[in-house]
Design a protein around this ligand. Structure first.
Ligand SMILES: Nc1ncnc2c1ncn2[C@@H]1O[C@H](COP(=O)(O)OP(=O)(O)OP(=O)(O)O)[C@@H](O)[C@H]1O
Ligand SMILES: [Mg+2]
Length: 261
């Protein structure tokens, strides 16, 4: 299996603040990672590096067997699907659902040939159907519920058939039903052998989809633990990460954490 991500001693420093401190991390093809940690731990910063949208201050970031800093990021970025609040905020509210997804392809193909646009539209349509958004193609993005928007964003992230899928808090703002629906869909995606390597950022242990294989815990810009899921998501590691004494239970592949009294 080849490396999808290979980070060696990656640090990000802004002024006096260290956002990431000497992070080592390897993600291989077929792996499904979850990254957990409190607010400000550095999760989004790490995802920005993995998305080739931010360069390390020091250390080496290998992404899809290219070294960040010695590769044209505009060739690398279409190979990476990203869904994040920052990207969603850039989507014009009047844009139709189909357009939100199909435009993700233009970075690759350009708007230069009608044939490509039709093929792109068919792919966007299929992805939206897969994510339960088939009936919403012509709706304005701004008119969607939060849960519907999240599913459109994931369909968009998958549009370029990426080799790496990065999801920054895809369940934020969802109600219980919406969260459960998304966790189920992500679990199905995790089980799909043709799906890209996946990295999912969340605050909540309950949002870890069954079938995910690896986890990283971040606290104050440092990695607390990283590796195969079951060995990382322990009460000891999670208590240290969140600074609260936690009990952790696992039931049918779903994790729950509660404060110890
Ligand atoms: N340009 C900057 N200058 C100084 N500090 C910054 C800068 N950008 C981000 N930070 C800080 O770096 C820390 C890590 O930010 P990051 O967004 O990676 O955290 P996070 O783990 O994603 O948090 P959250 O769970 O709230 O999304 C935060 O404390 C943030 O305020
Ligand atoms: Mg964040």
């Amino acid at each position: 299996m080849s490396d999808v991500l290979e980070l060696a001693a990656v640090s990000v420093v802004r002024g006096a603040k260290t956002l990431l401190n000497k992070v080592d991390w390897q993600v291989k093809e077929g792996e499904r990672w979850v990254i957990l940690g409190p607010n400000g731990a550095g999760k989004t910063t790490l995802l920005q590096i993995a998305a080739a949208r931010l360069h390390p201050t020091s250390g080496v970031a290998g992404i899809l067997e290219e070294i960040l800093g010695s590769v044209d990021v505009f060739e690398l970025r279409p190979r990476i699907g990203l869904s994040s609040a920052a990207l969603a905020n850039q989507i014009p509210g009047h844009e139709t659902v189909l357009n939100v997804v199909v435009t993700a392809a233009y970075g690759v193909t350009g708007r230069w040939r009608e044939g490509y646009e039709k093929a792109d539209e068919r792919r966007a349509f299929r992805l939206l159907n897969d994510w339960g958004m088939g009936p919403f193609l012509n709706r304005a993005f701004a008119s969607l519920s939060e849960g519907e928007r999240k599913r459109v964003q994931i369909a968009r992230a998958l549009m370029t058939d990426p080799e790496l899928l990065l999801l920054d808090e895809p369940a934020a703002g969802l109600d219980l039903g919406g969260r459960e629906d998304l966790v189920h869909r992500l679990s199905e995606l995790a089980g799909d052998e043709s799906a890209p390597a996946i990295v999912l950022v969340t605050h909540h242990l309950e949002e870890v989809p069954p079938g995910f294989t690896h986890a990283m815990l971040l606290r104050d810009s440092n990695v607390v633990a990283a590796g195969p899921l079951a060995g990382v998501l322990t009460a000891e590691h999670l208590s240290k990460t969140f600074g609260v004494e936690l009990d952790v239970t696992v039931n049918a592949g779903r994790y729950t954490a509660t404060a110890r009294r």
